[in-house]
Design a protein around this ligand. Sequence first.
Ligand code: THU
Length: 156
Amino acid sequence: MEKKNIQCNVTILSYDELDEKDAELVEKAKQATSGSYSPYSQFSVGAAIRLADGTIVTGGNQENASYPCGLCAERTALFYANAQYPTLPVNAIAIAAKNVNGFLSTPITPCGACRQALLETELRYKQMIKVLLYGTEKIYCVDSIAELLPLQFTLS
Ligand code: THU
């Protein structure tokens, strides 16, 4: 028998420790919560994606009375980016979330389906996607989506 210990490397930063570009991306993610349509959960998520040429695209979670039809903020932004800019790799994604009391103090992390979709983009463009997860008290920074999806499913 062999045991494998899988680690996930996360850097925890304060807002002031972000460089200018990452601070801008986080701000865009926070703003993108205003494009959330979340009457059922009252939980507004915003995602901002930075492409290789510096272009930023954003998305908010989109819910539906038929609950499974909804889409997370991350995939709303990601699929828009991949559809509108198919030649441009994704360099980074920032995610912010708020409930009725405002932005959360501890970051949320992307759901499994969003991790899988982001991983495919990482593999497709052979470009690591930096992940910035915003909370008012701390920001989690991960160098690659693959860090968040160990033992990942791929066809190869
Ligand atoms: N949601 C996201 O948009 N991103 C996440 O990473 C987690 C959850 C959305 C889905 C749903 O609209 C709401 O948050 C509550 O689960």
